[in-house]
Design a protein around this ligand. Structure first.
Ligand code: NAD
Ligand code: DAU
Length: 344
C-alpha cells in the first residue's frame, strides 16, 4: 500500500486532492500535514477525517522534527502547502518567503535524508509572468511579478536544483487558476459569488479585462495525481484547461447565475503589478493521458450552486479576521468607486 503525504491538505486544492485519492480503488494511506493557517480548514476534510486510511497532523513544513517523524512512513510527497493569495503577498511578503521558499527547502532537504520515492511540487503558472499572445510552454523562462509568484518560483527552482544536483526524484506541476468547492472566499470567483449572494459590491480590478485560464479543481487534481504516478522524473508539466476568460465575463456570469443586480459590479483601483493574461500550452500533460472533463460554463454553474447550498461553510470564514483583511484591501477602493459612481 502506497503511503502518501499531502502537505497543505486542509486547503482548497489539497483537500479536494485527498478526497480524490481516497475515492479511488487503489489502496493508499494518506497523511495530511497542515499548519492550519487562516486558509486551512478541517471542515474541508470532514468526510475523510475518521477513516482508518487517513491521518491528520497539524504542523508546519518548516518544522524538521515533525518531518523526521512522518517521512520514514512516506513513499510519495505532494507539496501543496503554501501561502497562496497574491493580494496578501502585496500587503506582507514575509510569510510567503518563509513557507513557500524556506518550507519547500526544508521539505526537500528532509526528503533527501529519508530517501522518498517521489516528490511532487505543486507549482503555478504564475511563475512565468504575463503573456500578451500565445501560450506558455514548460521550457519558457520564469519571470514572476508578485511576491507570491516570486516565492513560488524560488520553490520551483529549488525543486529543480535538488533533482539536478542530488538526483532527487522530483516532478513539478504548474497549473492555471483553479475554481470549485471549498475555495477560500478571498479568491476572485468565491468572493464574487458570496458577495453577490450577500448583495455586496463585487470589486473588479482595473478595467476588468485581465485574462486567466480557468480549470476546475477536480480536473487539476486528476492531473496532479497522474503526474505523481506516471510523470517522468525531473520534468515540469503545465496543467491548463484552455478556458481563457476575462474577469468581467465571469463577473457577469455570476450575476446571472445568482440573480443579483448589475449595480453590484464595481470597478476599483487595480492590483499593483497585476498580470494581464495567463495562458498555458498543456500538450505535454495531454500526451501523458490527461484531458479536461469540466467545461467552464458548466463548472461555474455547479460552483455557484455549491456556494449557495453551503452557506454554513463560507459565512463563518467571512466573519472575524477576514473582515479586517477585507476592509484593509477593499474599504477605500470601494468607497472611492462609489463616489465616482455618485458623480456620474
Ligand atoms: P490554500 O491557500 O487554499 O491552501 C493552502 C494550505 O496550506 C492551507 O491549508 C494552509 O493551512 C496550508 N499551509 C500554509 N502554510 C503552511 C505551512 N508552513 N506548513 C503546512 N501547511 C501550511 O491554497 P490552494 O489554492 O489550495 O493552493 C494549493 C497549492 O496549489 C499552493 O501551493 C498553490 O501555490 C498552488 N496553486 C494554486 C492554484 C489556485 O488557483 N488556487 C493554481 C496553481 C497552483
Ligand atoms: O494562476 C494560478 C494562481 O491563481 C495561483 O497560483 C494562486 O494561488 C491563485 O490565488 C490565483 O492567483 P490570481 O491572482 O490569478 O487569482 P485571484 O483569484 O486573486 O484573481 C483572479 C483575477 O481576478 C485576477 O485578474 C485579479 C482579479 N480580481 C481578484 C480579486 C480577489 C478582481 O478583479 N477582484 C478581486 O477582488
Amino acid at each position: 500500500m502506497e503511503r502518501v503525504l499531502v502537505t497543505g491538505g486542509a486547503g482548497f486544492i489539497g483537500s479536494n486532492f485527498v478526497k480524490l485519492l481516497l475515492g479511488r480503488k487503489r489502496k493508499v494511506h494518506v497523511t495530511v500535514l497542515d499548519k492550519l493557517t487562516y486558509a486551512g480548514n478541517l471542515k474541508n476534510l470532514e468526510e475523510v477525517i475518521n477513516r482508518r486510511d487517513f491521518t491528520f497532523i497539524k504542523g508546519d513544513i518548516c518544522n524538521k522534527k515533525i518531518l523526521d517523524e512522518i517521512l520514514p512512513r512516506t513513499d510519495i510527497i505532494y507539496n501543496f502547502a503554501a501561502e497562496t493569495h497574491v493580494d496578501r503577498s502585496i500587503l506582507e511578503a514575509g510569510s510567503f518567503v518563509r513557507t513557500d521558499i524556506v518550507g519547500t527547502y526544508t521539505l526537500l532537504q528532509k526528503t533527501l535524508e529519508h530517501k522518498i520515492d517521489r516528490f511532487v511540487q505543486v507549482s503555478t503558472d504564475e511563475v512565468y509572468g504575463s503573456i500578451a499572445r500565445g501560450k506558455f510552454r514548460e521550457t519558457d523562462p520564469i519571470e514572476p511579478n508578485s511576491p507570491y509568484s516570486a516565492s513560488k518560483s524560488g520553490a520551483d527552482l529549488l525543486v529543480r536544483a535538488f533533482h539536478v544536483t542530488y538526483g532527487l526524484p522530483v516532478l513539478i506541476t504548474r497549473s492555471s487558476n483553479n475554481y470549485g468547492p471549498f475555495q477560500h472566499p478571498e479568491k476572485f470567483i468565491p468572493l464574487f459569488i458570496t458577495n453577490a449572494l450577500e448583495g455586496n459590491p463585487m470589486p473588479l480590478y482595473g478595467d476588468g479585462r485581465n485574462v486567466r485560464d480557468w480549470i476546475h479543481v477536480d480536473d487539476n487534481c486528476r492531473a496532479i495525481e497522474l503526474v505523481g504516478r506516471r510523470g517522468k522524473v525531473g520534468e515540469v508539466y503545465n496543467i491548463g484547461a484552455g478556458e481563457e476568460k476575462e474577469n468581467i465575463y465571469i463577473a457577469r456570469k455570476i450575476i446571472d447565475l445568482v440573480g443579483a443586480s448589475e449595480d453590484l459590479l464595481t470597478l476599483v483601483t487595480d492590483r499593483p503589478g497585476h498580470d494581464r493574461r495567463y495562458a498555458l500550452d498543456s500538450k505535454k500533460i495531454n500526451r501523458l493521458g490527461w484531458k479536461k472533463r469540466v467545461g467552464f460554463d458548466k463548472g461555474l454553474e455547479t460552483t455557484v450552486r455549491w456556494y449557495r447550498r453551503n452557506e454554513s461553510w463560507w459565512r463563518p470564514i467571512k466573519k472575524g479576521a477576514f473582515k479586517k483583511y477585507y476592509s484593509a484591501m477593499y474599504g477605500k477602493r470601494i468607497s472611492q468607486a462609489s463616489k465616482r459612481k455618485g458623480k456620474r
